[in-house]
Ligand binder design. Sequence first.
Ligand SMILES: [Zn+2]
Ligand SMILES: [Zn+2]
Length: 139
Amino acid sequence: MATGSQKKQPRRRSTRQRRAILNVLRQTKSHPTADWVYEQVKQEIPNISLGTVYRNLKLLRDLGEIMEISFGSAQSHFDGNPNPHYHFHCLDCNRILDVDIPVRHELEQEVRDHHGWEVHRHRVEFYGRCDKCSRQREE
Ligand SMILES: [Zn+2]
Ligand SMILES: [Zn+2]
């Protein structure tokens, strides 16, 4: 489907698409890529295009409904949980897992105190080997 024709779509249709994308993300904890979201949403809306999925993901991110996580050069991952939390990236299985420790807002104050900069937010990513992969190595 040509992306140029999407602009004239009735609003109801784009709302339905956006809701379907949001539902897919809210129902998984796997922090998927846009491609994965596209494959899932296609089962509900077969004629949806990858471009539409991308556009809606960016829109939902801008609305604060979801989070975009990017690890440098790799593809972005998306998170249906927009509340601030940290992530752990397993370098063996490539899974992105939620870290269940509180976000350390005091770090922002520390940077503010030290440099006098106005800090809006911060991001911390953890890298290593998850419990599942560690067990597999021991076997
Ligand atoms: Zn792992
Ligand atoms: Zn997450």
